[in-house]
Structure formats: C-alpha cells, structure tokens
Design a protein around this ligand. Structure first.
Ligand code: SF4
Length: 281
C-alpha cells in the first residue's frame, strides 16, 4: 500500500503544482480505479485545508449497472465528507445509453458514451469551479489509450490525452494520479484498504474497441514485462515534440457552452444523430 501511495504522490507532484484555492473535481464511476483515486486524493491532500476535493459522477442511464454504483459512490462520499455532484446523460443530452445503444449503428455504444461522458465531466467540473479534473486512468488504461490513438493515426487526440500541461479556455485540465499504477495493483490496494467499489460490468462493454487493445497489450506484457511502462515512456518522450509541432486549435464555444474546434461540439453532433434515430423516420 505504501508503494502505491508513494507512486501516486510522485505522480501528483509531477503532473500539477497545486495552489491555495484549487478545487479538484474527481470523476468517479464507482469502479475500483476511480474509488481508489478519490480515496488517495482525499488521503494525500485531505490535510491541506486550502484545497478542495469534490466528486463528479456521470449517470449514463444504464439500467442494472449504473444505479448500483451511484449508491456506492454517494455513501463513500458521505463517509469521507466529500461533496457529491452528479451529471446525467438524460438531462444533458436527452437520451440515455439504454436508448442510444440499440441505434448506435456501425459505431460501438462506447463511442457515444465516451464523447458524452467527456463533455458531461468537463461541464460539471467547470460549473463547480474546478481547477483540475482527476480521472482514475491507471497504467493499463493509459497504455491502451496511447496505442488506440497511435494505430488510428489520431495525433491530435494523442496530444490531448493528458495529463494536461497546455491550458485551454473552457477545458478543465485533467490529472491522472494512478497513471503509473498497474490495474492489478489498484485492485489490490482497494481490497487492502477496504475501499468499497462496484465490480459490475457494463452490458455494452463487449463492443468496446479498447478490449482488443487490452488483450494485445496484456499479451505483450506477459511476453516482455515492462511493455506498458515502455509505451508510456515513449509517449512521454514524444509528447513535447508533438506538442511543439502542432499549433493549439483555436477553440470556439458550442451552443451548449462546451469548447469546440468547429461550430458544434462532437457531443451535440452525436446527440443530433441519436435523437433522429431514437425518434425514427
Ligand atoms: S463500457 Fe462503453 S457504454 Fe459502458 S460505460 Fe463504458 S464507455 Fe459507456
């Protein structure tokens, strides 16, 4: 447990220079990684009275999955004395994932869910005045995200993966305290520390492209231990060059209030597509 805590403290110091008055919104789904992130931030920074930690949970509208985890998060926040905030797809986008999934067409439901969730978390963080948004991405998730964007050739998104050094108006910079903690160690830490978490599986997760990358990287890690660290280390060495070579896109404001490169943000574009499909011809 001390080893995990030491690495998380080091990562926080490496990623961010926290100042008096900072508010950290922590995106918490109720799964082990986000619960460990909330717990550790509270444990490490809890004594700093000049920094506030708040929880943000997004309700995607997935029956039999999300309601249970929301109850676990709410109770944990009450036990730790952390303010709980909730955003919901139904309220923000007028559609739940249970309505969106059957009409997601050639795309995986996760494509819609990921875009909506990023938008909902940023919106909630901005509204509560957060200066940083912490996510529970662990070492495995980070290596997968790097490889997914790399193989897709999505350099723009590769640069934006975070943790964010470049501050852009309207976008709350993300920090990833568990970035160097392997998934299995995060699980062990949750068990050892007695942190409650929801271990249900989203009914749409089978369709996630991420699963294929998880399998490939797990296989590589088994054959050559240290692969995940190498992927992240290569990325960290390349990032300053990629950032220097790309001009930051000039952001406009979408009608919904979110920053966007075009006239309309991706979430509003997808919401339009879905509402047509949900309504039918
Ligand atoms: S598995 Fe996909 S649909 Fe389910 S919560 Fe995650 S991103 Fe959303």
């Amino acid at each position: 447990m001390k080893y995990v805590e030491k690495r998380v403290k080091k990562e926080i110091r490496r990623q961010v220079n926290l100042l008096s008055g900072d508010i950290i919104g922590v995106a918490v789904s109720g799964g082990k990684d986000s619960m460990v992130t909330l717990y550790l931030l509270h444990r490490i920074l809890g004594e700093r009275r000049d920094i506030e930690i708040q929880c943000i949970t997004v309700d995607e509208g997935i029956d039999g999955y999300r309601p249970e985890s929301i109850e676990i998060v709410k109770k944990f926040c009450a036990d730790l004395g952390i303010k709980y905030n909730q955003a919901s797809f139904a309220e923000m986008f007028g559609v739940t994932m249970d309505e969106a999934a059957p009409v997601s067409g050639d795309s995986s439901p996760c494509t819609y869910c990921g875009v909506f969730r990023r938008n909902a978390m940023n919106d909630a963080a901005r509204k509560m005045g957060a200066t940083y948004l912490a996510t529970g991405l662990n070492l495995d998730d980070t290596a997968q995200s790097i490889m997914m964007n790399f193989t897709r050739g999505d350099v723009e998104r590769l640069i934006r993966l975070g943790p964010h050094k470049r501050i852009q108006p309207g976008l709350i910079p993300r920090i990833q305290p568990l970035r160097m903690v392997p998934e299995k160690e995060s699980l062990l830490y949750a068990i050892a520390a007695g942190i409650p978490y929801h271990d249900g599986t989203c009914p749409y997760s089978d369709e996630a492209l991420r699963n294929q990358f998880r399998n490939v990287i797990d296989e590589l890690e088994t054959r050559s231990p240290g692969t995940r660290h190498s992927i992240i280390s290569s990325y960290d060495q390349m990032l300053p060059m990629l950032t220097a070579a790309s001009k930051p896109a000039k952001l406009k404001k979408c009608a919904c209030g979110e920053p966007t490169i075009g006239e309309q943000c991706k979430a509003c574009e997808l919401r339009g597509v879905l509402s047509e499909r949900v309504k039918g011809p």
